[in-house]
Design a protein around this ligand. Structure first.
Ligand code: F6P
Length: 546
């Protein structure tokens, strides 16, 4: 059990929570126009900077008092001791009785972090060294396929945390990746995913990484078996497996059963949650793409923010500030969602990655002690890269009836300088946050000569809150920092909500029911055991399928 639990007092009984409720009534109608007018220095004062990340949170509907109360809430919620408990290796994932130590994955050699009395840092580095040696062999062409050809194609098979991190990181760091190799990612049990990923590839030059923490996940194991048949059809006998399949897992027994020798397995540990695993061996495809040196730079980026989170006072602590601000809208303004808007094409899968990180972590309805929470927990995360989103859903953010706090992420330097593209891109980040905050009043609209009937349609109320997160350049370090920023923001919110951010029981029921239904679809189980809707749909599917 964790030595540090949530405070005995329910969240809504904490004095800071109660003060925030009263305070909310006082500030809810304040407009960012007023706040900026009365405090011209706000745009530089309400900012924080650490490890090359600049966070401008001045365009939030907050006053100094709001911040003070939110920080009090964090303190009364035992956030500091809970952070310490995580870094110490306490079993803070109480429902699974596990430590939560993704921070150990990026600990430097020589640091000490204990789980059940054993220092886990040496094991982490041992796996990293094995991954590096393997990556070097594959990248140099020394590792040959069964027929003697070097590996040109790498396919990661995994789902959830065993897919979203690798695919996001590959896309994000494509600029640093081997351009003469092909990297693909198969996750969906929909056969189309596998078929499209392999249709133009030569099995003789293809390496499959079967990534699964449990090595029992239906989608991954189905795809892994299909991959084996696909490869062996071309390569002949089972001895080819050793050259074309490696596994990343915590489950050596299942890996062996599948037919992969454990010497071709890269392990990790039950204290790494799936959605927190992209910097474990689950990142093998990332390392193959960008090389061990860049992978270690990414880990150093993670580590820098870990240290920042662990040691910096809350007032200047980036993940804490982001977590508290997100909670402010979620719990007091009743905002349902958060939009994450990276103005960086390479981060096109970042919103999808954050969806699992944030929603699987904080989509919980009971507290650590099993009581129903009496407040809102995790918001819905969504988003698209800018400027694309501007031409689809931003209309609703600007003029719709819902309050949607947004994270704008930008980089001062581009990796692909092309004419004035980057200035145009960044001008849009700045313009959007300005428009969202200050809008356009009816007077301003009228002054432009707009006829009276059209004025309401052209008014922008403004007062839409945003974070602007600005970094210099998208490097492997920067990516590590950005991911760690969100990981710890999620932690901050989960600690305050007094929930277990590290389990995911909510995914179980659907899995169990699907297994039952498969039996019926395949005619191995009698049908008609469900509700009338499900029964009818099963029948209709079977008929149409033929
Ligand atoms: O079903 C949800 C989940 O357990 C995620 O938490 C996890 O990332 C994903 O499935 C994949 O699990 P595994 O790596 O064990 O295949």
């Amino acid at each position: 059990m964790s030595t540090v639990t949530a405070p005995a007092t329910p969240l809504t009984q904490l004095s800071a929570w109660k003060s925030l409720q009263t305070h909310y009534e006082e500030v809810r109608s304040l407009h960012l126009r007023q706040l900026f007018k009365h405090d011209p220095g706000r745009g530089t004062r309400l900012t924080a900077e650490a490890e090359g990340i600049y966070l401008d949170y001045s365009k939030h509907r907050i006053t100094d008092e709001t911040l003070k109360l939110l920080i009090e809430l964090a303190e009364q919620s035992n956030l500091r001791p809970r952070i310490d408990a995580m870094f110490r290796g306490d079993k803070i994932n109480v429902t699974e009785n596990r430590a939560v130590l993704h921070v150990a994955l990026r600990a430097r050699k020589g640091e000490k972090i204990f789980v059940d009395g054993e220092d886990v840092v040496p094991e982490v580095h041992e796996v990293l060294d094995r991954m590096s040696a393997f990556s070097d062999r594959v990248r140099s062409g020394e590792w040959k396929g069964h027929t003697g050809k070097p590996i040109k194609n790498v396919i990661n098979i995994g789902i959830g945390g065993s897919d979203l991190g690798p695919v996001m990181a590959y896309e994000a760091l494509r600029h640093y990746s081997r351009r003469d190799m092909t990297f693909r990612f198969v996750s969906n049990v929909d056969g189309t995913d596998f078929a499209e990923a392999t249709h133009d590839l030569d099995a003789e030059e293809t390496l499959f990484i079967i990534s699964s923490k449990t090595f029992t996940t239906l989608e991954t194991m189905t795809n892994a078996h299909t991959a084996r048949s696909w490869a062996l059809k071309k390569l002949g006998d089972d001895t080819a497996i050793a050259k074309h399949f490696v596994a990343v897992s915590t489950n050596a027994e299942e890996v062996t059963k599948f037919g992969i020798d454990t010497k071709n397995m890269f392990g990790f540990w039950d204290w790494v949650g799936g959605r927190y695993s992209m910097d474990s061996a689950i990142g093998l495809s990332t390392m193959l793409a960008i090389g061990p040196e860049n992978f270690r730079k990414m880990l150093a980026g993670f580590h820098a923010i870990d240290e920042h989170f662990r040691t910096t006072p809350f007032e200047r602590n980036l993940p804490v500030l982001m977590g508290l601000l997100s909670l402010w809208y979620n719990d007091f303004f009743d905002a349902q969602t958060v939009a994450v808007l990276p103005y960086e094409q390479y981060l096109k899968r970042f919103p999808a990655y954050l969806q699992q990180l944030t929603m699987e972590s904080n989509g919980k309805h009971v507290t650590l002690s099993g009581e129903h929470v009496g407040y809102q927990t995790g918001p819905i995360f969504w988003g698209e890269p800018g400027t694309n989103g501007q031409h689809s859903f931003y209309q609703l953010i600007h003029q719709g009836t819902k309050l949607i706090p947004c994270d704008f992420i930008g980089f001062s330097k581009t990796l692909n300088p092309l004419g004035n593209h980057h200035d145009l891109l960044m001008a849009n980040v700045l313009a959007q946050t300005e428009a969202l905050a200050f809008g356009k009043t009816p007077e301003e609209v009228r002054a432009e000569g707009t006829p009276d009937w059209l004025v309401p349609h052209r008014v922008f109320e403004g007062n839409r809150p945003t974070n602007t997160i600005l970094l210099e350049e998208l490097t492997p370090e920067a990516l590590g920092k950005l991911v760690a920023l969100y990981e710890h923001s999620v932690f901050t919110q989960g600690a305050i909500w007094q929930i277990d951010s590290f389990d995911q029981w909510g995914v179980e029921l659907g899995k169990v029911l699907a297994k039952k239904i498969v039996g019926e679809l395949e005619g191995k189980e009698p049908g008609g055991k469900h509700d009338s809707s499900t029964n009818a749909l099963i029948e209709r599917y079977k008929k149409q399928r033929g």
